[in-house]
Design a protein around this ligand. Structure first.
Ligand code: NAD
Length: 324
């Protein structure tokens, strides 16, 4: 069997077109959505994310505003800024860029974002509505993962679905989204780091979501210990889910993004690229090439869930703007 490759980019483009049409309607009515992103301190990874947010908002007709607070900003200062944005009628949505500096407790701050402006759907009110069903928004990555599934397989009723990963931002909300229908949901099993015999669960999955990020976690752990002067051997960075752990004909949604070295030299140093930097690759949690021969459909990494996550952020932004 050669699997269907679920193309996240084309799904994302379609969602973005729909978003742009809705934004045009809102703008005609004088209600152009405006997204405020709050960044505390400097972080190269979130800089890239901000750039991507700004350009996506721009092409979708959404106004984008970046608010930068210094690295030493206190939790109270950040909460005061969030409250100011809550009260600002022009701002229809808000994003708090992660990670935050160590003096700030992300959870303690996130609760202050007005649920109607929480475009990432990660505050407790929107998470709670996900449990009950019928909220304005839900977290973007789980929405993206489930969208890619339902476009491939619209009838989930009674299917065996397994979710590997139970974080609050990915695994648990995926399970909740799958259980939204009262009479046509799949049967959902959630696996995690303490699951005994992971393969026994994944092998019976007709639908498999994987969001663990194991290879990257191993690489980062190794690098930390190596830099601290410990004598350690390079870790096994092979994917968590091997082909023999998959059911024939399964649909696989690989949510993970593992940024890892291509390999190591005999001294344990990552192999270098032509610029003398670590030669890095981006892979998911599933052995993609081997899985292609076994499953009926699979998302690639990159190019699967990632692009749709960005599109879902825009969709949530419009949903919040319409709800005001
Ligand atoms: P997390 O570290 O918060 O959670 C990891 C989860 O994996 C936990 O539930 C843990 O119990 C489970 N896990 C760890 N090792 C395991 C093992 N050996 N067997 C089974 N389960 C195991 O991570 P997260 O924030 O939920 O992210 C998960 C992955 O999804 C990461 O690779 C991350 O980069 C990716 N991600 C992708 C997007 C996207 O847009 N595509 C967005 C967010 C996160």
């Amino acid at each position: 069997m050669s699997a269907k490759i679920i193309d996240g980019k084309s799904v994302a483009n379609k969602i973005k077109q729909e978003v742009a049409a809705e934004v045009a309607e809102l703008s005609k009515a004088g209600k152009t959505p405006r997204l405020a992103a709050v960044q505390v301190g400097e972080n190269p990874a979130s800089r890239m994310y901000i750039k991507m947010q700004a350009s996506n908002c721009d092409s979708g007709g959404i106004e984008y505003e970046l608010i930068e607070l210094p690295d030493e900003a206190s939790q109270d200062e950040l909460i005061a800024k969030i409250q100011q944005l809550n009260a600002d009628e022009k701002v229809t949505g808000m994003i708090l860029q992660m990670p935050l500096p160590p003096q700030i407790d992300a959870r303690a701050v996130q609760v202050h974002i007005a649920p109607s402006k929480d475009v990432e759907g990660m505050g407790p009110a929107n998470m709670g509505r996900l449990f009950y069903g019928g909220g304005i928004v839900a977290p973007c990555t789980p929405l993206a993962a489930v969208e890619l599934l339902t476009q491939t397989c619209p009838d989930l009723s009674g299917k065996e679905a397994v979710v590997v990963g139970h974080s609050e931002i990915v695994g648990k909300p995926i399970a909740m989204l799958l259980l939204q229908s009262l009479d046509a949901s799949p049967t959902v099993t959630v696996c995690h780091v303490a699951t005994k015999n992971l393969a026994a669960h994944t092998k019976r999955a007709e639908i498999l979501f994987v969001a663990a990020g194991v290879s990257q976690a191993r690489w980062l752990g190794y690098n930390r210990r190596r830099k601290a002067g410990e004598e350690v051997s390079p870790p096994d960075l092979s994917p968590l889910i091997q082909a023999d752990m998959l059911r024939d004909g399964a649909i696989v949604i690989d949510v993970a993004i593992n940024r890892i070295p291509k390999g190591f030299d005999e001294t344990g140093e990552p192999l270098k690229n032509e610029k003398g930097k670590n030669a890095m690759i981006t892979v998911g949690d599933v052995d993609y090439e081997a899985a292609l021969e076994k499953v009926s459909a699979i998302t690639p990494v990159p190019g699967g869930v990632g692009p749709v996550t960005v599109a879902m952020l825009l969709k949530n932004t419009v949903a919040c703007a319409k709800a005001i």
